[in-house]
Design a protein around this ligand. Structure first.
Ligand code: UD1
Ligand code: CA
Length: 466
């Protein structure tokens, strides 16, 4: 049986007060719409239709999923009108699932249950009881003739808050905005929608009364948690959902044995894979894909993106790692930070030490190499056990092109040196402090490239004139 999915994402999102279309605002590093698409993509649908309207160009450029097409809704005349635009893209038979682009945290399990309840025959609504149902469409149950708005009994309609009587407004069961309908019937109902209501809109929710009139059963299912059906309309709601999502992720990690100093001060915007006995202190942000090996410790206030950190490494507070496309790799037992910066292509071997205010970019450091203070290593290959002195810099950029620096094993680079690339320092060499090295240094020798020190005897300091 064919499964079609329609995701409504054409609305304006006025209350976000933002130039960015609402569905492109990010939750845990991914747009709201991308969250919904990810869930939709996992359902194995035969087709996914996304309604775009406000900011359509931006929305269409920003998201992607297999089997997906965009259908523009211009102007936006209501949720029923939105789904009408998708009709030509739907199969003739089967089930159509309707999702909201601004309700990001619905789970596959909940959607599966809804599709099962529909079974290509019944109209299935995802509903939930809310303490404060104001603003939502209410599920009206009971005798349609009496329209007595009592809870319990068969569903005979959804009434929008703005159109509801005081008795209907006292109903706490609300429509979440998610439904699964028999596709052929849905097409028929959509064609018959009218906009004679308080908002002058074509309400998708009016199909419920049409189903009842045709004798089609209307059934309801409920999500496991209200978090799944909460929509984002304002920055406050976005932040609220972000915290709920982060809490869920933090709990899953802790269940797996990860020790978070404070789950309320933890942010994962992507995927975090952890070994045993991983400790993460407060205020850390993980982005993209990050792997932490057994016994890794992450100090407070670190931001880590696209990195692999091997067993036993310690990342001290305020370290920033951004692997971007090339990745960052930290070897087993390495010590990084505090205040270190690892950029794309930083590849640290086992037991490497990178200290405060050291920046490493597109460089490989072999086992046991150390750069402990205030230094820059860019486009450099560093051998085992090298000691790279405080304040030393690789001048890798000549203003037009980047060049490599090669530092052999057991080299000692003194403090405050400049290594002007391309240049090679032979194994076991020593570079004297303060040297500017622009020619290769032979292995095992001391090279010094700085002005000789002079001392003047009998020199007197100037004195201030009266
Ligand atoms: C809708 C439901 C209401 C339900 C609530 C749940 C209707 C008539 N009402 O109300 O019963 O309780 O959702 O959140 O369906 N959209 C379009 N095109 C349009 C209008 C809306 O694509 O012309 C999209 C919006 O971008 C949004 C979704 O549809 O993603 C829902 O629209 P919204 O205006 O938020 O619906 P509500 O009035 O809140
Ligand atoms: Ca509306």
């Amino acid at each position: 049986m064919a499964l079609d999915i329609v995701i409504m994402a054409a609305g304006k999102g006025t209350r976000m007060k933002s130039a960015l279309p609402k569905v492109l605002h990010k939750l845990a590093g991914r747009s709201l719409l991308q969250h919904v698409l990810q869930t939709a993509a996992g359902l194995g649908a035969d087709g996914i239709v996304v309604n775009t309207g406000h900011g359509a160009d931006k929305v269409e450029a920003a998201v992607t999923a297999p089997n997906m097409q965009f259908v523009r809704q211009m102007p936006q005349l209501g949720t029923g009108h939105a789904v009408q635009q998708a009709v030509p893209a739907l199969h003739a038979q089967g089930t159509t699932l309707i999702l909201n682009g601004d309700v990001p945290l619905i789970t596959p399990a909940t959607v599966h249950a809804l599709i099962e309840a529909c079974h290509g025959k019944q109209l299935a609504l995802l509903t939930i009881e809310l303490d404060d149902p104001s603003g939502y469409g209410r599920i009206v149950r009971g005798d349609p003739a009496g329209r007595d708005a009592t809870e319990g009994g068969r569903v005979h309609g959804i009434v929008e808050h703005k159109d509801a009587t005081p008795a209907e407004r006292s109903i706490h069961e609300i429509y979440s905005g998610v439904m699964a309908a028999p596709t052929a019937a849905l097409k028929r109902w959509l064609a018959a929608l009218k906009n004679d209501n308080s908002q002058g809109e074509y309400y998708l929710t009016d199909v419920v009364a049409m189903a009842v009139a045709e004798g089609v059963h209307v059934v309801t299912t409920q999500p496991a948690s209200d978090t799944e059906v909460l929509g984002v309309n304002s920055p406050v709601q976005l932040a609220e959902l972000e915290r709920r999502y982060q809490r869920t992720q933090a709990e899953a990690l802790m269940e797996a044995g990860v020790r978070l100093a404070d789950p309320a001060r933890f942010d994962l915007r992507g995927e975090l894979v952890c070994g045993h006995d991983v400790d993460i202190d407060v205020n850390c942000v993980f982005e993209g894909r990050v792997e932490l090996g057994d016994g890794v410790r992450i100090g407070a206030n670190c931001v880590i993106r696209n990195a692999v950190i091997h067993a036993g490494a310690a990342i001290l507070p305020f370290t920033h790692m951004d692997g971007d496309a090339l990745g960052v790799s930290v070897g087993a037992g390495a010590l990084v930070g505090p205040f270190a910066r690892l950029r794309p292509g930083a590849t640290l071997g086992d037991e490497v030490h990178i200290g405060n205010f050291v920046e490493v970019k597109n460089s490989t450091l072999a086992k046991g190499a150390k750069a402990n203070h205030l230094a820059y290593l860019g486009d450099t290959t560093v051998g085992e056990r090298v000691n790279y002195g405080a304040g030393s810099i690789t001048a890798n950029y000549d203003g037009a092109n980047k060049h490599r620096t090669v530092i052999g094993a057991d080299v000692h680079v003194g403090s405050n040196c400049v290594l002007v690339a391309p240049v090679t320092i032979g194994a076991g060499a020593t570079v004297g402090a303060g040297s500017t090295i622009s020619k290769d240094v032979p292995p095992g020798q001391l090279s010094v490239a700085r002005a000789r020190q002079v001392s003047l005897s009998g020199w007197t300091r100037p004195v201030k004139k009266k």
